[in-house]
Design a binder for this molecule. Structure first.
Ligand code: ADP
Ligand code: MG
Length: 636
């Protein structure tokens, strides 16, 4: 063995640079994060030739003190942490103090910076060595220019990709930075061509600046809290999905994270609505107390470790599934209210109610009237305000008029207050929940007319001004699937004995996992018990799943062991149920007689949970009379 050398800082920095400065995008990330940490509200990024020849970032942040300009380039020089304890409460994006040192060791850097109370100064460093420094006029903030990346490490230069590819990596990164920092105005250009220009006026604007107008109508706002965590931002509607994950931006405490259990929770939340290999849209931020999350596990900080991953998974899953559900049901309610021939509520004069009055009713919906607008609140505390003409007012009006928003105490008691006006109330009959999605409603279906079928696959209905096409297979699949789910929810499952009991051989952690979930398996209809050491015997399976491949099922089940998923009974067999529903449903091409068609349409009309088959395909398509007129140019 050779003698041990203590490495000189120049060499050490080049090694460290390998960790931090992988490619031009990593420089942009580090430098822009420094601007964010410095409290900038405006950041401009310019890159040339994919950032290989030049990256310029200027900000209007706090600036660097003249005496700190040189130390900022020393390894482990940071103003962001001082003690080990600070490591567990990191509130800034940077903290390692190695970015500037690493970047400067493999490129040519100029920094010009000015704080509010000092004059501007500049420093120039080439390959880690200071070549110039001094006073220089500048506005408050910091300008950094990084040129000729890897000019002194030719070996690393070879690993750079083509400029266009490096540029596209930077563009993807900048999009994430813009979404993660919606209150900062960003301007980003590549080879002098403007690519993004965000206003710094909130997340909606940021999303607009990245994805354009088309995405805007497909967003559902998320705002979900418990006593420890919160999830905010936007997710995509269940009818809007993408072919890959690049439309998913997940932040944890404002920091963009490439991969975490939050991604898993997101995809599982959409499982019932999406086809396989489709990905939901999201821009969400999860807030977790700083001491419950460790961001110090990855050099470029794209990964995190949670103290309690299961709790995080459960929280995100609940937040997203409930938000989706509320969106689907809210849509239904809005529809009811916009149907003129079917008024959503009746306006009657009601006795006066004094301030702070609690109204008790057994109905789930209570309308109360305050001057002319009508406020409607449902069991979950959603609030809508309508003028007597049925046009929807926004929540700001509610606050202004009612003083405070009514809160739901439980399913039957509503409390509301008014600052100065007396409040009238009108209890209202419970509104029937209609079918979700904005395409059709239950009553409509029941009174529709079957006018034919096409290709022995699509049932054609006419109702009022609309034509509906129903995919008979997909619709039947959904009906069967919903029926199965209902049976499981009502605990109406039964078992079917296997001719030969099936033995599962397991290891210790698998044994523990099965034991933890054994009651749930039994509630689904599995008869399963320990059978000696590290082995279980399955002697019956759910009768709902007569064709179940027991071996595959348990293989799949055990593959969840390392997920953070806290499985619920339904999650466990959702795929199997979908498969069984698919097998037992009528097929496309089956020649259904009139009675069977009526039964199918009636089934859909009686209420399916969504208008998609369990694999996520839509099964109803609607054309209005107007649409058809347009086909023939009767109208334009
Ligand atoms: P870290 O961000 O981990 O602290 P860096 O090497 O990225 O380490 O930066 C070193 C220090 O330089 C920072 O702690 C900060 O004090 C200062 N600094 C760097 N960039 C800026 C900037 N744009 N505005 C103000 N201060 C900056
Ligand atoms: Mg930094």
């Amino acid at each position: 063995m050779a003698k041990i050398n203590i490495l000189k800082p120049e060499i050490f920095n080049k090694i460290a640079a390998g960790e931090v400065v992988e490619k031009p995008a990593s420089i942009v990330k580090e430098v822009v994060e420094n601007s964010i940490d410095a409290g900038a509200t405006k950041i401009e990024i310019q890159i040339y030739e994919g950032g290989i020849s030049k990256i310029v970032v200027s900000d209007n942040g706090s600036g660097i003190l003249p005496e700190d300009l040189e130390p900022a380039f020393l390894p482990h020089a940071t103003s962001k942490i001082a003690t080990e304890n600070d490591l567990y409460h990191i509130g800034t994006l940077g903290f390692r103090g190695e970015a500037l040192a690493s970047i400067a060791s493999v490129s040519q850097v100029e920094v010009i910076s000015k704080t509010a109370n000092t004059d501007g100064h500049s420093i120039k460093i080439s390959g880690g060595e200071i070549i110039a420094k001094g006073e220089k006029g500048s506005p408050v903030g910091t300008y950094i220019c990084v040129e000729n990346l890897f000019f002194n490490t030719p070996a690393r230069q070879k690993f750079l990709k083509k400029p266009k590819k490096e540029e596209s990596d930077i563009t993807t990164l900048v999009a994430k930075l813009i979404l993660a920092n919606p209150n900062i105005a960003f301007k980003y250009s590549a080879d002098s061509k403007l690519i993004y220009n965000s206003s710094g006026q909130g997340l909606k604007d940021a999303i607009f600046s990245i994805y354009g107008a088309q995405i805007m109508e497909n967003l559902i706002p998320v705002d979900f809290h418990n006593d420890k965590y919160s999830l905010t931002g936007f997710i995509g509607k269940t009818s809007f999905f993408k072919a890959n994950r690049t439309y998913q931006t997940i932040m944890i405490n404002g920091r963009w994270i490439a991969d975490s259990i939050v991604n898993v929770a997101l995809s599982q939340s959409y499982e019932a609505y999406m086809m396989k290999h489709c990905f939901p849209f999201c821009v969400i931020n999860l807030t977790v107390p700083n001491d419950e999350v460790d961001v110090n596990v990855h050099p470029s900080k794209l990964e995190v470790r949670f103290q309690d991953s299961r709790a995080i998974f459960g929280f995100v899953y609940k937040a997203i599934t409930e938000t989706i559900y509320e969106d689907l049901t809210r849509k239904t309610n809005e529809e009811i209210q916009s149907e003129p021939e079917q008024p959503a509520f009746t306006l009657t004069r009601a006795p006066e109610v004094s301030k702070n009055q609690t109204v008790e009713t057994n109905d789930l919906n209570v309308d109360f009237v305050l001057d002319s607008p009508i406020f409607q609140s449902n069991a979950r505390g959603d609030i809508a305000a309508h003028s007597s003409e049925n046009s929807i007012l926004n929540e700001i009006v509610i606050e202004k008029l009612a003083g405070s928003i009514p809160t739901t105490q439980n399913n039957s008691i509503y409390q509301f207050q008014s600052n100065d006006e007396p409040v009238n109330y009108v209890p209202k009959p419970t509104q029937q929940q209609l079918i979700k999605e904005d395409i059709v409603d239950k009553d409509a279906f029941l009174s529709s007319r079957i006018i034919g079928k096409a290709f022995n696959t699509f049932v054609i209905l006419e109702l009022d001004d609309n034509l509906y096409f129903i995919d008979q297979h997909a619709a039947h699949e959904r009906l069967l699937f919903d029926k199965f789910v209902e049976q499981i929810k009502n605990k109406e499952v039964s078992s079917q004995s296997l001719l030969l009991p099936y033995n599962i051989e397991v290891n210790h952690s698998e044994e523990q996992y099965i034991n933890e979930n054994i009651e749930m398996l039994r509630s689904l209809g599995f008869e399963i018990e320990p059978f000696g050491n590290l082995s279980f015997k399955v002697s019956a399976i759910p009768s709902l799943l007569p064709d179940l491949n027991v071996e595959n099922f348990f293989k799949n089940f055990l593959s969840n062991l390392n997920n953070y998923t806290q499985l619920k009974d339904l999650d466990l067999i959702r795929d199997n149920l979908a498969e069984t529903a698919c097998k037992h449903a009528v097929k496309g091409g089956d020649d259904l007689d009139k009675e069977e068609l009526v039964k199918l349409v009636r089934g859909v009309g009686d209420g399916t949970t969504t208008l998609q088959c369990p694999h996520g395909r839509p099964f109803v398509v609607k054309f209005s009379h107007r649409d058809v007129d347009k086909w023939f140019r009767r109208i334009v």
